[in-house]
Design a protein around this ligand. Structure first.
Ligand code: GRF
Length: 219
């Protein structure tokens, strides 16, 4: 059982997926507190509906490090062990990272290290890539640069827009965030340099994806 603090800034669909997986007994975790930097966001309502304590820590007028100092206090007061950035639209500083070294997880809607930053869906469509996806990673001091825990891949279709691609990726986000947290809860994640190994899984040999689905020439 791992104690989570979930940081949000918006709708909180990833928060909802984590709540649902915990309630269904699939995820061995407890959300001790939901923290938002913005009052009134739907994620706070979701927490309330499930009886989860929530706190608004507004960022206005605070320097980033001061802000993170306040976050550390709130998270500590709720016995948080693992910090989950679920659509938290703030850059994290070393103040939080030193309090939770390799214990802050983020979800990013792209196959990192490609497409870091914001507005990634349009960038993916415009770039012509045939696959996109999402990444859960430990947070380090860079932006979207930390060690990668798990990724999910989705195809990009010819008629995709940023919105249709976003929706396809978001469905996978809702699965892999909980999977990453469960791996952590089970003590199966081993960090070796930039690599995060998930112990105890058979590695599929010769597995691959092709998009568009090409005629097979293998025999
Ligand atoms: C998602 O696109 C996630 O990849 C990004 O922020 C968004 C959060 O969405 N980090 P939600 O608030 O969980 O619905």
């Amino acid at each position: 059982m791992v104690n989570l603090g979930v940081l949000v800034s918006g709708s909180g669909s990833n928060l909802q997926a984590i709540i649902d997986n915990i309630e269904a007994g699939r995820l061995d975790a407890r959300i001790r507190v939901v923290v938002s930097n913005i009052p009134g966001v739907y994620a706070l309502e979701r927490a309330g509906k499930h009886g989860i304590p929530s706190v608004v820590v507004p960022h206005k007028g605070l320097r980033r490090k001061e802000y993170d100092g306040q976050l550390v206090q709130v998270l500590g007061a709720h016995q948080v062990e693992l910090v989950i950035l679920a659509g938290f639209m703030r850059i994290i500083t070393p103040v939080l990272l030193r309090a939770y070294p390799m214990r802050v997880m983020n979800i990013h809607p792209a196959l990192l290290p490609a497409f870091p930053g914001t507005h990634v869906w349009q960038a993916e469509v415009d770039s012509g890539v045939k696959f996109a996806g999402c990444t859960v990673h430990f947070v380090d001091e860079g932006t979207d640069t930390g060690p990668i825990i798990i990724q999910a891949v989705v195809p990009v279709y010819d008629d995709d827009t940023a919105d249709t691609l976003n929706a396809r990726i978001l469905k996978q986000e809702h699965k892999i965030f909980s999977q990453a947290i469960q791996l952590y809860a089970e003590g199966r994640l081993e960090i070796r340099g930039r690599r995060v190994l998930a112990k105890g899984f058979p590695q599929a040999q010769d597995s691959f994806l092709i998009n568009p689905p090409a005629k097979m020439f293998d025999e």
